[in-house]
Design a protein around this ligand. Structure first.
Ligand SMILES: *Cc1c(COP(=O)(O)O)cnc(C)c1O
Length: 399
């Protein structure tokens, strides 16, 4: 079949909750993907950082195939021989004490909200049904009703109410606002280290050090959503390391499986996850042996292949290269590690047409919020491949 026929099928039978570029992919390897016509592209989105290890990484593939032959799903009604080692390896790598495995990122966020509310009632002593969680404007934490209920993006929210109460929104990057928003009923502060979907918004230096102090002083659990920033993307294993802080709860997903399978987890460094008792929370697929085997291999690849240091070094080169673009329509070029963005001025006519032009030249990226392009290639990208990308991006974005 031709590209146009696949597109026609999607349009005819699928809900139109996405507006993808018209490229139909059938194969991937490392930073490269191929469409059904055999055209090769560099993937500069990495499925929103889910394929940090590169497409179809052979070691993750091997682990997945081996596990598929043995056992895929037990449910948590029984134990399996992958879960314990997965917990141990993940805790050792991240310095966490407890893990709760789920599937999608949104489920990890929901899990953290449940756990921190329960902790608020049982440990902090907040009166029943009064727990409050503070979140930031322009957040992205997923798509469930509770989560979109505290989004500030009208497209995500409008028409989906009524929403879950108990959330308060403050500006991102403003620690005074956090201090002012906290009440005796505040149980958690849920925040992204860098706001990815908002367009790679990096908070002022020192913000998270202050946030950590304020949370500690007020007995508020700091919940960092590292689903996009975690697992090497910003040049550290977790983005919290840039400010040498530790969250009470850390949420990871996406690259936890290297793109092979939905695997997410809540990592806990305090007593919060300890409050959950049997029957109070769960997931049929969460912690299944296939997910655990894939995640163990995905984590191993990150460290064994030095992908985190590579993200730091190659990311710095990529950012320096992007900064050479001269175009009065550009407002700002920013990034950390391999999470990079070019923001156009709001009257510049949007970023979509640049993404279309880059696609023609064999480079796939996606606009976010109309006027921002995010560049987030797999962390296996080499300096030579960055040069290849810049040779296409810079002339295209200069006009
Ligand atoms: C992608 C993402 C999520 C949601 O993950 P899903 O797997 O799509 O549910 C949550 N938080 C952040 C920061 C994300 O980037």
């Amino acid at each position: 079949m031709k590209s146009s026929e696949y597109i026609e099928l999607e349009d005819r039978f699928g809900a139109k909750n996405y507006k993808p570029l018209d490229v139909v992919l059938e194969r991937g390897e490392g930073v490269w993907v191929w469409d059904v016509d055999g055209k090769k592209y560099m993937d500069c989105l990495s499925a929103y950082s889910a394929v940090n290890q590169g497409h179809c990484h052979p070691k993750i593939k091997k682990a997945m195939l081996e596990q598929v032959e043995k056992l895929t799903l037990t449910s948590r009604a029984f134990r399996n021989d992958q879960l314990g080692p997965f917990y141990e390896e993940l805790c050792a790598l991240t310095g966490s004490h407890k893990v709760l495995p789920m599937n999608s990122g949104a489920e990890a966020v929901e899990t953290a909200i449940k756990a921190v509310r329960k902790w608020g009632y049982l440990v902090k002593g907040v009166p029943e049904d009064r727990a409050e969680i503070i979140v930031c404007a322009d957040n992205f934490h997923g798509r469930t009703i509770t989560i979109v209920g505290f989004s500030t993006d009208p497209t995500s929210r409008k028409g989906f109410g009524p929403f879950t109460p108990g959330f308060k929104v403050i500006p991102f990057g403003d620690f005074k606002a956090l201090e002012n928003a906290i009440t005796p009923d505040t149980v958690g502060f849920l925040v992204e280290p860098i706001q990815g979907e908002a367009g790679v918004i990096i908070p002022p230096d020192g913000y998270f050090k202050k946030v950590r102090e304020i949370c500690t002083a007020n007995n508020v659990s700091l919940i960092l959503d590292e689903i996009q920033t975690g697992l090497g993307r910003t040049g550290k294993l977790l983005a919290e390391e840039h400010e040498e802080i530790e969250a009470d709860l850390t949420l990871i997903g996406k690259a936890l499986s290297g793109g092979f399978y939905p695997v997410s987890a809540v990592l806990s460094n305090s007593e919060v996850l300890g409050v959950l008792k049997p029957g109070e929370h769960g997931s049929t697929f969460g912690g299944n042996p296939l997910a655990c085997a894939v995640a163990r291999a995905a984590l191993k690849v990150l460290t064994e292949e030095n992908l985190i240091d590579n993200a730091r070094d190659v990311g710095a080169k990529f950012l320096a290269g992007l900064k050479e673009i001269k175009n009065p329509k550009i407002k700002e070029i920013r990034g950390r590690g391999l999470l990079l963005a070019v923001e156009f001025k709001s009257d510049a006519g949007g970023a979509r047409s640049y993404c279309e032009k880059l696609k023609e030249q064999g480079l796939l990226c996606k606009e976010t919020h109309n006027n921002i392009i995010r560049f987030a290639p797999p962390l296996v990208i080499t300096p030579e491949q960055v040069d290849w990308a810049l040779e296409r991006i810079n002339p295209t974005l200069s006009t």
